[in-house]
Design a protein around this ligand. Structure first.
Ligand SMILES: Nc1nc2c(ncn2[C@@H]2O[C@H](COP(=O)(O)OP(=O)(O)OP(=O)(O)O)[C@@H](O)[C@H]2O)c(=O)[nH]1
Ligand SMILES: [Mg+2]
Length: 489
């Protein structure tokens, strides 16, 4: 790829910042931990639980420095980046513990700095600064656009939208597309209509019934302050083979705006955030894909491959080896494991491993250690054996959120119920055997689907000891051990 002027500028900016970061790091070891995942994957809850556990004495037996008592204390400090919103930790904790509700959805990047005072294994006292950065996975999935021309992206998006489950959702947009001539004159109204219909198609794919993951450009679904700007007013076109984008044509206009999107959205994200991360956790709502059906699971698999590609692209796009992204550990975490009985936690982990396996096999050059875990950052259920007829079945007790439904019942948000969530198969491969592997909402009614996970409210927690409540979790400590355990030796 020919290096463009903007790439060179990028390189200089990155270099300057890398030196600054290095200087800081020298006196004060810092780990920048990126926490990402598609919307509703569980990023906010994960970070809140992690900070709460570290600062307020969580139960983390598998997080060795913590369990062995080498961590003396952890406290919050002002973050280093003045232009990034602070992660609203205190409000999220209040929501979870006092109001027993999940934190509100967050659409922007945010960050929080935690300082951990610990004792090295050799007895010396040290501090580790942990900068936790919460950013939407949709932004990450945009990175491959950096290496794609408008024509490539347009063809790929169109091919994807013609796949079986997506095609019905894309009908209104396809109908409009069929009336367009890419080589005809540029026209603002046409671009606006195309972008609107294309965005509606992307939004429909994200619906709970379909739960698709692979939907770039990410900012179309979360435009923020760019809503309505030309950089977000473009769409794929059905391009003629061997044609050219003549000046003044609709094609040229779309291509220009696609490039603008890369300039104002993708490159700044890469430079200001992604390139500075040391460690990365990618949260995955696999249960939403099980709810929906096999196609959503395949789509998730493709999105995970796309995410791993981003780490690879990060390494290959920048010119100098010195300043390229330095992420050396990536953890894929299936969230909300508390919706399954503990006998299925290992199986959920196996499904996630299977979903990333193909991409990992190709990914030796990400230069990172990769692991997978099934966890619940804040567990909202308890387990019990509940009699059903003569049998006793392993069940989950929890309070379904107000408005959740099961059969003809609608829950009021205050009643605890026992549910039998169903088990995941022993062999994860069974779930990946084509479009009929299991039934989900995309093809069957809620009663007929194989998995149906209710949303539960956070549990009522009792105060324990001087630090107040302890948030219950599943395997959050394993995640911590992998992500920062080695930095606290
Ligand atoms: N039972 C259970 N539900 C969870 C857990 N973590 C997240 N959830 C559910 O998932 C929803 C989304 O969690 P968030 O942490 O807000 O997800 P997010 O990735 O920050 O979402 P956006 O901010 O919208 O991108 C919550 O409202 C809960 O319903 C968990 O550990 N257990
Ligand atoms: Mg959030």
């Amino acid at each position: 790829m020919a290096s463009r002027f903007s790439d060179l500028v990028e390189e200089v900016l990155l270099s300057a910042r890398a030196f600054r970061d290095f200087g800081e790091h020298f006196f004060n070891p810092t780990v920048r931990l990126g926490v990402t995942g598609l919307s509703r994957a569980g990023k906010t809850v994960f970070i809140t639980a992690l900070i709460h556990g570290l600062t307020r004495g969580g139960r983390f037996p598998v997080f060795e420095p913590f369990a062995s008592g080498r961590i003396a204390r952890s406290h919050l400090e002002p973050q280093p980046d003045d232009a990034v919103p602070r992660f609203d930790y205190e409000n999220h904790v209040r929501a979870l513990i006092e109001e027993r509700r999940w934190p509100n959805s967050t659409v922007d990047i945010s960050e929080l700095r935690l300082v951990i005072d610990y004792q090295r294994r050799n007895g010396a006292d040290r501090s580790l600064t942990l900068d936790v950065v919460d950013y939407p996975g949709e932004w990450l999935l945009d990175l491959p656009l950096l290496n794609k021309s408008y024509e490539q992206w347009s063809n790929e998006s169109l091919a994807l939208s013609r796949a079986s489950l997506r095609a019905p959702l894309a009908m209104p947009w396809h109908a409009h597309l069929a009336t367009l001539n890419a080589e005809g004159r540029e026209d603002e109204q046409v671009a606006l209509a195309a972008a609107k219909l294309f965005t509606e198609y992307l939004r429909a794919c994200r619906d709970e019934r379909f739960a698709m993951s692979l939907l770039p450009p990410g900012r179309f679904l979360m435009p923020g302050n760019l809503a309505g700007s030309p950089a977000l007013t473009f769409a794929p076109l059905d391009l003629p083979d061997g044609g050219v984008a003549a000046e003044g044509s609709l094609w040229a206009m779309m291509r220009r705006r696609y490039e603008a999107y890369k300039d104002v959205v993708v490159r700044p994200f890469f430079r200001d955030h992604f390139a500075r991360l040391d460690r990365q956790v990618v949260l995955v709502d696999a249960l939403a894909a099980f709810n929906s059906g096999p196609q959503a699971l395949h789509d998730l698999e493709a999105a995970l491959a796309g995410i791993l590609d981003c780490f690879r692209i990060g390494r290959s796009t920048l010119l100098s080896a010195l300043f390229r992204p330095k992420i050396d550990r990536i953890l894929f975490a299936a969230t909300k494991a508390d919706h399954l009985h503990h006998s299925s936690h290992d199986r959920l982990e196996a499904v996630l491993r299977r979903a990333v396996a193909m991409s990992v096999a190709k990914a030796e050059d990400t230069g990172a250690d990769i692991d997978a875990v099934a966890l619940a950052a804040v567990r909202a259920t308890r387990e019990a054996m509940v009699a059903r007829g003569r049998e006793k079945l392993p069940s989950l007790l929890g309070t379904p959120a107000s408005g959740e439904r099961a059969g003809s019942d609608t829950f009021d948000g205050n009643t605890e119920v026992a549910t039998f969530p169903g088990d995941l198969p022993d062999d994860p491969e069974a779930l990946f055997k084509g479009d009929a592997a299991f039934r989900g909402l995309a093809s069957a009614s809620a009663e007929k689907s194989d998995f149906r996970f209710l949303r539960f409210r956070p549990l009522q927690l009792e105060h324990e000891g001087p630090d107040g409540v302890v948030l219950p979790h599943i395997r959050l400590d394993r995640a911590l051990q992998f992500l920062i355990g080695d930095k606290l030796q």
